[in-house]
Design a protein around this ligand. Structure first.
Ligand code: SUG
Length: 457
């Protein structure tokens, strides 16, 4: 239990892109992923780009931590689909008979940690523990595979049950589709007082109502409401809004493609929500008079431009000068109108005093920008100290991860490479070493079987 008065501080847990990072075109309604399907990926570059962002933010004093990749290809999932024999035979048969399923079971999508879970800090919850609900990611098979490992990883990191509770994911049914923190934003004016938790959903599963017609609405109202209940939030401090169906149909598959919030600031596009005026009014009354919405007009940046550059998939972090830093994708500076908007945002004298960009192209091509790569966990100093795993990034861990990536990752992965059983061995060797480095214990299925199948080099 946290003691009143201890300041919560946001720690960014970034997902490390895994050794099987590839472009399989698996995500419906995610325009970047659809566009880059079957391109050749560079897993090593993906992991190094993510690490460079983490190092840079840590050097600014922004608390930074890591989440490990999942075991891929998932032999467990392939066996459940009826492929049998040795692990190599399972991969060979899947590659021959069902290459799309092999690609789904090989996806490194767990790197997008904003979809790992929804997190409520202890100051917001009835039992004063930090609550985590791992996302069921029910909208896509390749992502639904993540839920059990995410749950195990979070339970390994946040093991102290007096301070943390990692719930089971919600049942993995379409009616309860949940995509985690990508659709959840916590706003607060004072660090040591309860905040406002803002839940954004794409559709209601029961009772009808507006819904997109072209692309799936992945987050359901029912899931968001269940999370607010199980986390023990004060109903007066939970605000719900529905994404505009036209935005989803234009490619906004998560709220974090159209909005980012931090502290008292919410930066969003004017076409983000149904009945946006009412949503902003409700937030203003819940957060208080210091709430500061920054609304980007269609005349400044169109919805399509925002989706193409991932402007809103930026992080907002505390800067050294007391202002906020917008951590944006490099693509934003390559687009004249979006770049001009960023200049005006800083020149305005508002809360955002700096814009910094990162080249995250390997992830971006699959629809994952800076904000997708991180899960925000707000912790008191005492809660941070209760994390025994070696996941908080310091110079030593960053250097070890850098060397680990260079030692284990390929620099080229094409669709046909997923059929290579050596990729499984390489990936397991890498993850076995990583789980030791991060002091996570035997979190992976391959580490738990009596005949461990990690072959040393
Ligand atoms: O679920 N892409 C992911 C990107 C997730 C981005 N996350 C946030 N916006 N928070 C998705 O659409 C593509 C994988 C492929 O096609 O190979 C993919 O799953």
């Amino acid at each position: 239990m946290s003691t009143p008065g201890e300041l919560v501080r946001e720690v960014n847990f970034d997902g490390i892109p895994g050794p099987t990072h590839n472009y399989a075109g698996l995500a419906q309604g995610n325009l970047a992923a659809e566009r880059h399907a079957q391109r050749i990926a560079n897993p090593r570059e993906a992991a190094l780009q993510g690490l460079a962002k983490m190092r840079s933010l840590a050097a600014r004093g922004v608390p930074q931590a890591v989440l490990p990749p999942h075991e891929r290809p998932s032999i467990h999932a392939l066996r459940a689909l009826g492929f049998a024999g040795s692990d190599a035979r399972v991969i060979e048969c899947a590659a021959r008979d069902a290459p799309a399923l092999l690609a789904a079971c090989s996806s490194a999508a767990a790197m997008w940690a904003a979809n790992a879970a929804t997190v409520s800090p202890s100051i917001d919850t009835a039992d004063r523990r930090v609550h985590f609900t791992p996302a069921n990611l029910a909208a896509h098979f390749h992502r639904a595979l993540e839920a059990p490992t995410t749950t195990a990883v979070l339970r390994a990191i946040f093991a102290d049950e007096r301070r943390f509770i990692v719930h089971d994911p919600l049942p993995g049914a379409p009616q309860l589709g949940d995509e985690g923190a990508a659709n959840h934003t916590r706003l607060s004016v004072v660090a040591d007082a309860p905040g406002i938790e803002f839940f954004v959903y794409g559709r209601r599963s029961y009772g009808g109502g507006p819904a997109p017609s072209k692309f799936p609405a992945r987050q359901t109202h029912e899931a968001s409401a269940a999370i607010a209940r199980r986390h023990g939030l004060d109903p007066a401090r939970a605000v719900f809004a529905q994404q505009h169906p036209a935005a989803i149909d234009a490619g906004v598959f998560h709220n974090d493609v159209i909005a980012v919030g931090h502290g008292r600031v919410l930066l969003c596009h004017e076409r983000a929500y149904i009945d946006q005026h009412a949503v902003l009014a409700e937030l203003a009354s819940a957060v208080g008079s210091l709430f500061m919405p920054l609304i980007v007009r269609e005349s400044e940046v169109t919805l399509d431009e925002a989706i193409a550059t991932y402007l809103f998939n930026s992080q907002l972090v505390d800067g050294a000068d007391g202002g906020l830093v917008l951590v944006a994708p490099a693509e934003c500076r390559e687009h004249p109108r979006v770049s001009a908007y960023l200049d005006s945002l800083v020149a305005d004298g508002g809360p955002i005093t700096e814009v910094t960009t990162f080249d995250l192209r390997q992830s971006m091509r699959n629809g994952g920008g800076p904000a997708c790569l991180r899960l925000r966990v707000e912790l008191t100093p005492d809660e941070r100290a209760a994390v025994d795993a070696n996941v908080l990034l310091d110079d030593a861990l960053a250097a070890a991860l850098d060397a680990w990536i260079r030692r284990h990752y390929r620099d080229r992965l094409a669709a046909e490479d997923l059929a290579d059983p050596a990729l499984l061995d390489e990936s397991r060797r890498a993850l076995d070493e990583l789980s030791g480095l991060l002091r996570l214990g035997n979190i992976y299925a391959f580490q738990q079987s009596p005949s461990r199948t990690v072959r040393s080099q």
